[in-house]
Design a protein around this ligand. Structure first.
Ligand code: ADP
Ligand code: 5RP
Length: 551
């Protein structure tokens, strides 16, 4: 720097809308988080399998957290803003006002959440078409994608919602529209959840075949006919109105968004791994699997050429890392399942009291309780006769079967804290066994994976991380910044600002390896047996169903 002049630091704001809360971070050019804030968001479950949110409530939470993280900062130093969010469906009318997605006609609830399973009949009919677009979602469309939900709205809320609708947004695209007034969609959302192809665009025949020819007739204006790669700069940047809402300066660059899991992938997958003793150091980036573990877990693997993995979403071109194909495996409830098992147990009130007395989270308390009750053997061996099949909300991958249910075998009459701790352990193990099942399906189809990169709320749980290492037999890399999804969102803002020439360059500079957890290979035999039982559980579940359905 000439004359000892210091170039002012450049900052980016990342905003991550998860299922349960909105988070924001102020991030510098090397990917360090300087400020973090979070805020819960509202959720409604008006009936079983219907999950709704409010886009106004979500935007208000984005404003609260963004204002918090930029407090005390010279706003001129903030160069770019990036959003990521869950892949929920936002419905607005022609004047961009919220429309109800429910029979109660509550227009405040205008978001059908990603985990909503109301459109089962619609998705079954879509899958019966065997249309060629289905090849790009693992062969079977998920009820969690947008086409079945749109069809549900047309068939169930024709007058109150469908006929009045002007705009259907994936939540990440709603946020970038709200910030800039630009209705262009991100390639990520459209490719991953709406059947758009990066190479061929929309397929008219698909929409006509499933009964949503309306979109073809108006040239896809309601679902997006301008598509931009994630990280591309939108319009003239932040509008004056949005700048006021967010506490930022108008005109700063705003990026085309990403779905949350994909932002997590960007935040971790490109890190320089030199010096950590990892086998992936000498391997291409395609040997890395990013696993984003929050309410759900998403398994993001990339490849140079398209790989078709039955039951695993994709291959999607350029939907996460530009120029690479993406396969996305997933478990629809993981964090939510652990919470469900723990909070539903008779010993939960006692756990809460004891954890609070020690100023610990219930999970930290359970982890230390497991250490206390283990005998001479490792903690993981406490589940020798307790096994869980984790599909309490259907199986996303690799079976792509939404009818599957959860299973627990090995229950006893006791309901004390020991019993709760072991059930919690068995649930965590079941989720890790599910990851192994997904990895095996991806490898059988052509992926070659050697290292896991974990992020999301569950990666803060050391037991969850160690179980993923032990059960998959692979090292698990955690990022220096525990909030790696926010680093991914900030990478988008950094790209939109023009400070980096490419997403790859920003990834390499902004994502950093923190801790590495290696598998305890001496325990492999035990986990191989647990995996054998795990596979039997689903086999047996199918047999039970066949028996019960046999007339
Ligand atoms: N410190 C922690 N220890 C254990 N589990 C945690 C911790 N923090 C968050 N979690 C779990 O992570 C899950 C939520 O992850 P998060 O990434 O915040 O979800 P989302 O992005 O879906 O809102 C919850 O199930 C929660 O219990
Ligand atoms: O489908 C997904 C990504 O493609 C995610 O499961 C969904 O976006 C929810 O994410 P999270 O569990 O982090 O809230």
């Amino acid at each position: 720097m000439s004359g000892g002049e210091q170039k002012p630091e450049r900052y980016y704001v990342g905003v991550d809308v998860g299922t349960g809360s909105v988070r924001a971070a102020l991030v510098d050019q090397s990917g360090v988080l300087l400020a973090f804030a979070d805020q819960p968001i509202k959720k409604w479950e008006p009936q079983f399998n219907h999950h709704e949110q409010s886009s106004e409530d979500i935007w208000a939470a984005c404003c609260v957290v963004t204002k918090k993280v930029v407090q005390g900062i010279d706003l001129n130093q903030i160069r770019g803003l990036g959003f990521d969010a869950t892949c929920s469906l936002v419905v607005l009318d022609k004047q961009f006002r919220p429309l109800p997605v429910n029979h109660e006609e509550d227009s405040h609830r205008n978001v059908i959440m990603w985990l909503d399973h109301r459109a089962v009949s619609q998705v079954n009919r879509i899958n019966e078409t065997k249309h060629s677009v289905l090849q790009y979602v693992g062969g079977v469309m998920s009820v969690e994608m947008q086409a079945p939900k749109l069809l549900w709205l047309k068939e169930n809320l024709r007058e109150t919602c469908w006929d009045k609708a002007g705009h259907f947004f994936d939540l990440p695209d709603f946020l970038s529209w709200k910030a800039t007034g630009v209705t262009a969609r991100s390639l990520c959302s459209l490719v991953c959840k709406w059947t758009y192809s990066a190479e061929r665009g929309w397929d008219d025949s698909f929409w006509k075949m499933i009964g949503l020819e309306d979109f073809v007739a108006d040239n896809y204006s309601k679902i997006g006919n301008q598509v931009l790669p994630p990280g591309a700069s939108l319009g003239n940047g932040l509008t004056p109105e949005a700048a006021r809402d967010l506490g930022l300066l108008p005109g700063i660059a705003v990026a085309a968004s990403l779905i949350d899991a994909h932002a997590g992938g960007l935040g971790v997958i490109g890190a320089d791994v030199k010096g950590h003793g990892l086998v992936c150091e000498g391997q291409p980036v395609t040997s890395r699997l990013a696993v984003i573990c929050g309410t759900s877990s998403c398994h993001m693997g990339i490849s140079k050429d398209p790989i078709f993995v039955p039951g695993v979403w994709g291959p999607y071109f350029s939907a996460m890392v530009p120029g690479f194909w993406l396969n996305e495996g997933g478990q629809s409830v993981t964090g939510k399942l652990i919470d469900h098992m723990v909070e539903g147990h008779a010993a939960f009130p006692e756990l809460q009291v004891k954890a609070t007395a020690r100023c610990q989270s219930v999970y930290a308390y359970l982890n230390s309780h497991l250490d206390l009750i283990k005998k001479a053997q490792p903690v993981g061996f406490l589940t020798v006769d307790l096994h869980v099949w984790p599909d309490f909300h259907g199986n996303r991958s690799p079976l792509a079967d939404l009818t599957l249910k959860g299973m627990v075998t090995g229950l006893k009459l006791s309901q004390d804290l020991d019993d709760l701790a072991i059930l919690y352990l068995a649930t965590v193990q079941a989720i890790a066994l599910g990851t192994r099942f997904i990895i095996e399906a991806m490898e059988a189809a052509g992926h070659s994976i050697s290292t896991l990169f974990l992020c999301g709320g569950l990666s803060k749980n050391p037991l969850f991380v160690q179980m993923h290492a032990d059960i998959t037999g692979m090292p698990v890399v955690l990022s220096q910044e525990v909030e790696s999804v926010l680093v991914g969102a900030a990478i988008l803002g950094a790209c939109a600002s023009g400070d980096f020439a490419s997403v790859q360059e920003a990834m390499a500079k902004m994502s950093k390896v923190g801790k590495v957890v290696f598998p305890r290979l001496q325990d492999k035999k035990y986990y191989d047996k647990k995996y054998q039982v795990f596979l039997k559980l689903v086999e047996h579940q199918k047999e039970y169903l066949a028996i019960m359905n046999d007339n």
